[in-house]
Design a protein around this ligand. Sequence first.
Ligand code: ADP
Length: 491
Amino acid sequence: MNIVLASSEVVPFAKTGGLADVCGSLPQQLSALGNRVSIFLPGYRPVVYGDFTLYETGIKLEIPLGHKVVEGRLLRTTLPGSAVEVWVVAQDEYFDRDALYGEKGSDYEDNCERFVFFSRSILEAVRMLDLKPDIIHANDWQTGLIPALLKEEYFSNPLYENIASLITIHNLAYQGVFPAEQMALTGLDWKHFHHTQMEYWGQLNLLKTGIVFADAINTVSPTYAREIQTAEQGCGLEGVLVDRSDCLSGILNGIDTAVWSPESDTLIPANFSIDNWPQGKSVCKQHLQKLFGLEEDANKPLIGIVGRLASQKGWAMILQVMRQWLDQRDVQWVVLGTGDPEYHTILTSLYQTHPHKLGLRLGFSNELAHQIEAGADIFLMPSQYEPCGLNQMYSMAYGTVPVVRKTGGLADTVIDVDDASDDQAANGFVFEEFESLALERAVHRAVDVYCSDKERWRSLVRAAMQRDWSWAASARAYQSLYEETVARKRL
Ligand code: ADP
């Protein structure tokens, strides 16, 4: 199958979030399944003028944008370590900037123009490069216009009439909403500026556009795909999502097992596998306790947390439980994170009063993230919402038992001790209510099993480590989704 993947972020070229990880890992797996994948990425400053080796194609783009025509050029490279083609859409006025989407807390004012240019460039390049894709896979609002252009403008050209489109929603909170007059930049007729199509409360909404016009829509976990059809989690788009529910599905992201594997991880003090984890993890735990000035006791439960200090991640609840437990319970905590200054202040004061029970690092450290995933016994992730979540999967790969709230990808990856079945072995602790009492009960259950039922704990760790968290499984699911979508389009 010929697949064009359109994304504003791709690891290792440009990243601000999970979108980049997906678009860096998925194409390699799809290519291993025998597909031809062509990735399109904007030519940001570090991509064009950094250390990547790019080749000129000699192809010039002339893209109509409202009343003007904007020129760009196409460069070629490959995903490092693979033969997957990457086409870079270079246009220095738009993309040779300090950041991807904005600076100093403000979005660039011409973001609509920049990404309309990018989206149109991809459709033109498909023809100029003679790619003949079966499907174009758009991602998030930045490429949300592509399905609409295919359906409303390019359909009459035989080169495009059979191309199917898929849009993946990585983060429903970011929708690409712009003032109505920017509709003119899209080149589509104003008749589409209607609340059932591209308009959202008087403004242009590019993610909504993608959702309305794509042949298929997916998000990054099956549970999140259901949740976004409700008023609580639909970010105002629940109506269109319900309307399109017949072609809306969820596919879990995978993890990069070349980077996140306890068997080969070079950032942790001892490697281990499912066969010898007790020894390896105890070395990692002791190292972590030492690093953070905690008592080096193999039997004390150690709870780890890594991630953004944001309310979405349940910090208000975590801090309530932590406050109480630091005074009353013989449990150790290690926290790595950065974010909301209010949480920084509270955590710092808890650390000052309990330095031997709480290890704290306010900052970003990939090395420490690996060491916490490997050395902790329990990993806490009580998010309010979580489209997919990576940290719970990392922790399970490292035999660290997660305690999570039943939402999004957390609900799809963690199976509570009480919900095990013949098909699914328990691998963690899950609670439902977004309130500290429910979290506390779940942490209590985890600590209780850890301290008093060693056999049960070992089976949780084994189940967590056994499951295949790699991208291979997700890529097979994407392959099936592409095939179904293309078949439906050609009916
Ligand atoms: P989200 O994308 O909502 O932040 P995820 O769990 O999907 O949450 O992914 C977070 C990623 O960022 C993980 O790879 C995690 O290890 C990493 N991360 C977050 N905060 C930190 C930090 N302070 N130091 C190191 N890595 C971090």
